[in-house]
Design a protein. Structure first.
Length: 229
């Protein structure tokens, strides 16, 4: 069985229902939520959008909002000043250029303030179910650990490799499964390798085993004796 098949089977076993963790009820709310999630957690975004989308319940109300009012709502997030401006500009642009609807076209999405390649791909996958494989920090880290990408690959290179390695119909679910795996098991610090079934593919695990072997060897009396001879 290939490594990719093993990974998919394992993810299906432990994360069969992985899905987007950002809360939204309207398409434009997802655009705003994903834009807000840059350099912060989905949990923090959900905390602010719970109030933001209640106090500004329509695209028009966001387009007409005062900067200070939006900034106050999202002050707990990093980069909140830029993000507050982006919220108002996104709402205005959606109304002025796209009839108040979120476009599915990637180039059009990327004209929205704060929306880059990854955010556009998340929106296309989540709202329009277009097979995209957006790569975030968790996916980049896991891809490198599992040798699906090189250690110096950037996110675009990783995205291309993942798209080549996995079946198209699995992109959207795998995107969520990688993220959940990274959030809850294969964390950046102290990954739960003891409970992971992918150790045989993992560079990180091999490195830590190697260093603990070296440590044990250095501590062993035999080695000390040999050294002293
Ligand atoms: S063995 Fe550890 S570092 Fe490697 S994929 Fe599993 S949890 Fe992540």
């Amino acid at each position: 069985m290939s490594k990719e098949t093993d990974i998919m089977e394992y993810f299906d076993e432990i994360l069969p229902n992985a899905a987007c963790e950002l809360n939204y009820s309207k398409d434009y709310e997802l655009v705003i939520a994903v834009m807000l999630s840059a350099q912060t957690t989905d949990k923090s975004v959900n905390q602010v959008t719970a109030h933001l989308f209640k106090d500004f319940p329509t695209l028009n109300s966001l387009a007409e909002a005062k900067y200070e009012d939006i900034a106050n709502e999202i002050r707990s997030l990093g980069l909140y000043q830029t993000k507050a401006k982006n919220i108002i500009l996104i709402a205005r642009q959606l109304l002025d250029e796209f009839d108040g609807k979120v476009p599915s076209d990637k180039q059009k999405l990327m004209t929205l303030p704060g929306v880059g390649n990854k955010t556009a791909n998340v929106i296309r996958a989540e709202i329009f179910k277009i097979p995209e494989f957006p790569v975030d920090t968790h996916i980049a880290r896991i891809s490198k650990r599992l040798a699906l990408a090189k250690s110096d690959d950037d996110v675009l290179a990783i995205e291309k490799k993942l798209r080549r390695k996995f079946p198209r119909e699995r992109y959207i679910l795998l995107h969520h499964q990688f993220i959940h795996f990274g959030r809850y098991l294969c964390k950046a610090k102290n990954p739960d390798c003891k409970n992971c079934k992918l150790t045989k593919y993992c560079r990180e695990n091999k490195l830590s085993q190697q260093s603990s072997k070296n440590l044990n060897a250095a501590d062993s009396p035999v080695q000390l004796d040999n050294h002293s001879l």
